[in-house]
Write a protein that binds this ligand. Sequence first.
Ligand code: ATP
Length: 199
Amino acid sequence: MYLKQIDIVGFKSFADKSQIVLSPGVTAVVGPNGSGKSNIADAIRWVLGEQSVRNLRGSKMEDVIFAGSELRKPTNLCEVSLTLDNSDRHLPVVFDEVTITRRVFRSGESEYYINRQPCRLKDIHELFMDTGLGRDAYSIIGQGKIEEMLSTRPEDRRGPFEDAAGIVKFKHRRKEAERKLEDTENNLIRVDDILAELT
Ligand code: ATP
Protein backbone atom coordinates (compact mmCIF):
# COMPACT_ATOMS: atom_id res chain seq x y z
CA MET A 1 0.00 0.00 0.00
CA TYR A 2 1.24 3.49 -0.70
CA LEU A 3 -0.19 6.97 -0.81
CA LYS A 4 -0.78 7.73 -4.49
CA GLN A 5 -2.56 11.04 -4.58
CA ILE A 6 -3.74 13.89 -2.37
CA ASP A 7 -6.51 16.21 -3.57
CA ILE A 8 -7.03 19.36 -1.55
CA VAL A 9 -9.47 22.22 -1.94
CA GLY A 10 -10.19 25.03 0.51
CA PHE A 11 -7.95 23.51 3.22
CA LYS A 12 -5.79 26.06 5.10
CA SER A 13 -3.55 27.83 2.54
CA PHE A 14 -4.85 25.63 -0.34
CA ALA A 15 -7.68 27.84 -1.60
CA ASP A 16 -7.63 26.38 -5.10
CA LYS A 17 -8.09 22.76 -6.06
CA SER A 18 -4.63 21.19 -5.78
CA GLN A 19 -3.53 17.71 -6.71
CA ILE A 20 -0.35 16.09 -5.41
CA VAL A 21 0.61 12.89 -7.21
CA LEU A 22 3.12 10.66 -5.37
CA SER A 23 5.17 7.69 -6.56
CA PRO A 24 6.34 4.72 -4.50
CA GLY A 25 9.54 5.51 -2.65
CA VAL A 26 10.70 8.64 -0.89
CA THR A 27 9.07 12.01 -1.55
CA ALA A 28 10.36 15.25 -0.08
CA VAL A 29 8.30 18.41 0.06
CA VAL A 30 10.48 21.48 -0.07
CA GLY A 31 9.59 25.16 -0.04
CA PRO A 32 10.15 28.47 1.73
CA ASN A 33 8.98 29.02 5.31
CA GLY A 34 5.25 29.47 5.54
CA SER A 35 4.58 28.14 2.04
CA GLY A 36 2.28 25.34 3.24
CA LYS A 37 4.49 22.23 3.61
CA SER A 38 3.16 21.34 7.06
CA ASN A 39 -0.38 22.07 5.86
CA ILE A 40 -0.04 19.01 3.58
CA ALA A 41 0.74 16.82 6.62
CA ASP A 42 -2.19 18.47 8.47
CA ALA A 43 -4.46 17.65 5.51
CA ILE A 44 -3.43 13.98 5.67
CA ARG A 45 -4.00 13.85 9.41
CA TRP A 46 -7.35 15.61 9.06
CA VAL A 47 -8.76 13.29 6.39
CA LEU A 48 -7.75 10.29 8.53
CA GLY A 49 -10.21 11.61 11.11
CA GLU A 50 -8.14 13.85 13.37
CA GLN A 51 -10.55 15.51 15.82
CA SER A 52 -8.07 17.49 17.87
CA VAL A 53 -7.60 21.02 16.52
CA ARG A 54 -4.41 21.29 18.56
CA ASN A 55 -2.86 18.47 16.51
CA LEU A 56 -3.83 20.45 13.41
CA ARG A 57 -2.16 23.58 14.79
CA GLY A 58 -5.43 25.48 15.13
CA SER A 59 -7.67 26.74 17.90
CA LYS A 60 -11.04 25.75 16.43
CA MET A 61 -12.05 23.29 13.70
CA GLU A 62 -13.03 26.16 11.39
CA ASP A 63 -9.32 27.10 11.24
CA VAL A 64 -8.77 24.33 8.70
CA ILE A 65 -10.96 26.16 6.15
CA PHE A 66 -9.21 28.73 3.93
CA ALA A 67 -9.64 31.98 5.85
CA GLY A 68 -9.22 34.35 2.87
CA SER A 69 -6.41 36.65 1.84
CA GLU A 70 -6.04 40.20 0.55
CA LEU A 71 -7.13 39.08 -2.90
CA ARG A 72 -9.53 36.22 -2.10
CA LYS A 73 -12.64 35.75 -0.06
CA PRO A 74 -12.70 32.93 2.53
CA THR A 75 -14.16 29.64 1.32
CA ASN A 76 -17.20 28.01 2.90
CA LEU A 77 -15.98 24.46 2.88
CA CYS A 78 -12.86 22.41 2.56
CA GLU A 79 -12.32 18.95 1.21
CA VAL A 80 -9.36 16.58 1.24
CA SER A 81 -9.11 13.18 -0.47
CA LEU A 82 -6.36 10.60 -0.09
CA THR A 83 -6.01 7.91 -2.73
CA LEU A 84 -4.10 4.82 -1.65
CA ASP A 85 -2.79 2.07 -3.85
CA ASN A 86 -4.19 -1.10 -2.31
CA SER A 87 -3.11 -3.66 -4.91
CA ASP A 88 -1.33 -5.59 -2.13
CA ARG A 89 -4.64 -5.66 -0.15
CA HIS A 90 -2.98 -4.14 2.91
CA LEU A 91 -6.34 -2.53 3.62
CA PRO A 92 -8.96 -5.22 4.22
CA VAL A 93 -11.16 -4.34 1.19
CA VAL A 94 -11.37 -5.81 -2.31
CA PHE A 95 -10.44 -2.60 -4.17
CA ASP A 96 -7.07 -1.94 -5.85
CA GLU A 97 -7.47 1.73 -5.02
CA VAL A 98 -9.10 3.29 -1.98
CA THR A 99 -10.04 6.95 -1.80
CA ILE A 100 -11.08 8.45 1.49
CA THR A 101 -12.56 11.92 1.63
CA ARG A 102 -13.47 14.33 4.39
CA ARG A 103 -15.43 17.50 3.79
CA VAL A 104 -16.40 20.15 6.32
CA PHE A 105 -18.59 23.23 6.01
CA ARG A 106 -18.13 26.45 7.94
CA SER A 107 -21.46 25.65 9.64
CA GLY A 108 -19.67 22.70 11.27
CA GLU A 109 -21.22 19.83 9.29
CA SER A 110 -18.70 17.12 8.51
CA GLU A 111 -18.92 14.41 5.87
CA TYR A 112 -16.78 11.34 5.26
CA TYR A 113 -16.59 9.11 2.18
CA ILE A 114 -14.86 5.86 1.27
CA ASN A 115 -14.59 5.47 -2.52
CA ARG A 116 -17.17 8.28 -2.90
CA GLN A 117 -19.73 6.44 -0.76
CA PRO A 118 -20.85 8.36 2.34
CA CYS A 119 -19.67 6.70 5.54
CA ARG A 120 -19.15 7.37 9.25
CA LEU A 121 -15.94 8.46 10.93
CA LYS A 122 -16.07 5.07 12.67
CA ASP A 123 -15.80 3.32 9.27
CA ILE A 124 -12.65 5.30 8.44
CA HIS A 125 -11.14 4.40 11.84
CA GLU A 126 -11.98 0.74 11.36
CA LEU A 127 -10.57 0.68 7.82
CA PHE A 128 -7.17 1.92 9.00
CA MET A 129 -6.95 0.05 12.29
CA ASP A 130 -3.70 -1.92 12.56
CA THR A 131 -2.43 -0.61 9.21
CA GLY A 132 -0.12 1.98 10.79
CA LEU A 133 -1.96 4.75 8.96
CA GLY A 134 -4.79 5.51 11.37
CA ARG A 135 -5.42 8.85 13.03
CA ASP A 136 -3.29 7.97 16.05
CA ALA A 137 -0.89 5.66 14.26
CA TYR A 138 2.83 6.00 13.90
CA SER A 139 3.02 6.75 10.17
CA ILE A 140 2.84 10.50 10.80
CA ILE A 141 5.54 11.59 13.23
CA GLY A 142 5.03 15.30 13.87
CA GLN A 143 7.57 17.75 15.20
CA GLY A 144 8.19 16.97 18.88
CA LYS A 145 6.40 13.60 18.71
CA ILE A 146 9.54 11.57 19.46
CA GLU A 147 10.26 13.64 22.60
CA GLU A 148 6.59 13.35 23.59
CA MET A 149 6.71 9.56 23.22
CA LEU A 150 9.90 9.28 25.25
CA SER A 151 8.44 11.33 28.06
CA THR A 152 5.00 9.67 28.24
CA ARG A 153 4.02 6.87 30.55
CA PRO A 154 5.02 3.35 29.40
CA GLU A 155 1.31 2.41 29.04
CA ASP A 156 0.77 5.32 26.61
CA ARG A 157 3.94 4.48 24.72
CA ARG A 158 2.55 0.99 24.08
CA GLY A 159 -0.09 2.35 21.62
CA PRO A 160 2.07 2.51 18.46
CA PHE A 161 3.52 -0.93 19.21
CA GLU A 162 0.04 -2.41 19.53
CA ASP A 163 -0.89 -0.82 16.20
CA ALA A 164 2.22 -2.31 14.56
CA ALA A 165 1.48 -5.72 16.11
CA GLY A 166 -2.04 -5.66 14.68
CA ILE A 167 -3.98 -6.11 17.90
CA VAL A 168 -5.80 -2.76 18.03
CA LYS A 169 -8.84 -4.05 16.14
CA PHE A 170 -9.23 -6.98 18.55
CA LYS A 171 -9.00 -4.65 21.55
CA HIS A 172 -11.57 -2.40 19.88
CA ARG A 173 -13.93 -5.33 19.18
CA ARG A 174 -13.53 -6.56 22.76
CA LYS A 175 -14.49 -3.10 24.07
CA GLU A 176 -17.54 -3.02 21.75
CA ALA A 177 -18.57 -6.53 22.87
CA GLU A 178 -18.19 -5.54 26.55
CA ARG A 179 -20.33 -2.45 25.96
CA LYS A 180 -23.05 -4.55 24.27
CA LEU A 181 -22.95 -7.08 27.12
CA GLU A 182 -23.37 -4.27 29.64
CA ASP A 183 -26.33 -2.85 27.65
CA THR A 184 -27.90 -6.32 27.52
CA GLU A 185 -27.41 -6.81 31.27
CA ASN A 186 -29.08 -3.46 31.93
CA ASN A 187 -31.96 -4.43 29.63
CA LEU A 188 -32.37 -7.73 31.51
CA ILE A 189 -32.50 -5.88 34.85
CA ARG A 190 -35.17 -3.60 33.36
CA VAL A 191 -37.16 -6.65 32.11
CA ASP A 192 -36.93 -8.22 35.60
CA ASP A 193 -38.24 -4.97 37.13
CA ILE A 194 -41.18 -4.86 34.73
CA LEU A 195 -41.97 -8.55 35.36
CA ALA A 196 -41.86 -7.93 39.12
CA GLU A 197 -44.29 -5.04 38.73
CA LEU A 198 -46.69 -7.18 36.68
CA THR A 199 -46.68 -10.19 39.01
P1 ATP B 1 7.77 26.20 7.88
O1 ATP B 1 8.82 25.80 6.88
O2 ATP B 1 8.04 27.54 8.49
O3 ATP B 1 7.43 25.13 8.90
P2 ATP B 1 5.50 25.52 6.16
O4 ATP B 1 5.89 25.53 4.70
O5 ATP B 1 5.39 24.20 6.81
O6 ATP B 1 6.43 26.50 7.01
P3 ATP B 1 2.78 25.89 6.91
O7 ATP B 1 2.89 25.95 8.38
O8 ATP B 1 2.30 24.61 6.28
O9 ATP B 1 4.15 26.34 6.25
O10 ATP B 1 1.81 27.02 6.38
C1 ATP B 1 1.63 28.22 7.04
C2 ATP B 1 0.81 29.13 6.14
O11 ATP B 1 -0.50 28.63 6.03
C3 ATP B 1 0.74 30.51 6.75
O12 ATP B 1 1.05 31.44 5.74
C4 ATP B 1 -0.69 30.64 7.18
O13 ATP B 1 -1.18 31.94 7.01
C5 ATP B 1 -1.39 29.71 6.18
N1 ATP B 1 -2.67 29.24 6.73
C6 ATP B 1 -2.86 28.42 7.79
N2 ATP B 1 -4.19 28.25 8.01
C7 ATP B 1 -4.83 28.97 7.06
C8 ATP B 1 -6.20 29.22 6.75
N3 ATP B 1 -7.19 28.66 7.47
N4 ATP B 1 -6.48 30.03 5.70
C9 ATP B 1 -5.50 30.57 4.97
N5 ATP B 1 -4.20 30.40 5.20
C10 ATP B 1 -3.86 29.61 6.22
